[in-house]
Design a protein around this ligand. Structure first.
Ligand code: 5MM
Length: 336
């Protein structure tokens, strides 16, 4: 177990956070389509290798979540992608769920799949160099959602996943994402996220998962994206801290937020406020996908051969997130 604790520490300490580069091929194709780049295995590798070779991998990124395709690819310097990541002192991780599918007896809600054969897949990923994993459950908010069924079944799957991952000697990231989509207000988000988190921890404890060797990847508490409600960063931080304090056992060492559709700046500013007000023992950091990669992807798509320029764009974003993880981000530094 002490090995798990040191992996966890290495990923989230000292202002470091996680780069979520685990877009499945379908999602990565959407991202590349949006900037008019053809989604080939070569292009997906080229973009990711550019980020993974940047300076901020050493300074700001403690762990990278990969997708099955990427963990098996080789970089241009002949290193495998996990070796390339390790050469920066960063921990390679892998998404091990096989996606969210419609839950039986529901029309809209989803259950995340991937438990069948998971023990064997985990052993293979360990051999490839992964030392942590991720599984994402998604929940929608509306008057009747998330249902008890979705909350219960997803918590059960997350807990069985986490137990298997620790058995293999890796740290499980537990990602219950209450989506931002909808007209709900921030109070609704607080109430529903708390219910989801509490159920997850009931199941994790029942499955004897050692919480000290886990990382939680939750959403922040935000108003729905079509609610028309705008609240200050400070309020978002207060609600998010209230939710986590009340719902997450204190044994959990670290919380690495997802960005969930926030802009890059919002994701940095909100994390910064959370850290300024943090009155818990949890390390509060980032596990961003879009909020770390968006600008770099845009720059790269227009300047595909400009590796330095793409890396500089990414380094700036990673630096902003790292400052936010220490409560040291400011709008002035952001705009420099
Ligand atoms: C990077 O995106 C991941 C989604 O992959 P698929 O939907 O293709 O499986 C996702 O799990 C991601 O790790 C988290 O949602 C955080 O990403 P954001 O962009 O919300 O920070």
């Amino acid at each position: 177990m002490s090995e798990l604790y040191s992996i966890t520490k290495k990923i989230i300490s000292g202002g470091k956070g996680i780069l979520a580069a685990d877009e499945s091929t379908g999602t990565m194709t959407k991202r590349l389509d949006s900037v008019n780049v053809k989604s080939t295995a070569e292009n997906r590798l080229l973009f990711r290798e550019t980020l993974l070779s940047s300076q901020s991998m050493k300074d700001c990124i403690g762990g990278v979540i990969l997708y099955d395709e990427t963990i098996k690819q080789t970089a241009s310097n002949k290193k495998t992608i996990p070796e390339l990541i390790e050469s920066s002192g960063t921990v390679p991780g892998i998404k091990v769920d096989t996606g969210a599918k419609i839950l039986a007896n529901s029309t809209k809600e989803k259950i995340t799949e991937g438990l069948d054969g998971l023990r064997e897949r985990l052993k293979e990923y360990y051999k490839l160099g992964a030392r942590f994993t991720k599984w994402r459950a998604v929940y929608i908010i509306s008057e009747n959602f998330p249902s008890k069924l979705a909350i219960h079944t997803n918590a059960h799957a997350l807990a069985r996943y986490a137990a298997l991952v620790q058995e293999t000697g890796m740290v499980p990231i537990i990602e219950p994402e209450v989506l931002m989509d909808g007209t709900h207000n921030a109070e609704d988000c607080l109430m529903k996220t708390s219910e989801v988190l509490k159920k997850c921890y009931d199941e994790l404890i029942l499955n004897k998962v050692d919480l000290k060797g886990t990382i939680l990847k939750p959403n922040m508490i935000l108003p729905g994206s079509t609610s028309g409600e705008k609240i200050e960063s400070k309020k978002i931080a207060e609600l998010t801290l209230k939710c986590l304090k009340e719902s997450v056992p204190s044994d959990v060492p670290g919380i690495a937020f997802l960005s969930g559709g926030q802009t890059e700046k919002e994701a940095a500013e909100n994390l910064n406020e959370i850290n300024k007000l943090n009155n818990t023992n949890f390390v509060m950091t980032y596990s961003y996908g879009r909020a770390l990669q968006q600008s770099a992807l845009k720059f790269w798509s227009n300047n595909i051969k400009d590796i330095n320029g793409t890396q500089n764009t990414f380094n700036h974003r990673a630096k902003m997130c790292s400052l936010a993880a220490q409560g040291k981000w400011t709008a002035e530094i952001e705009n420099k």
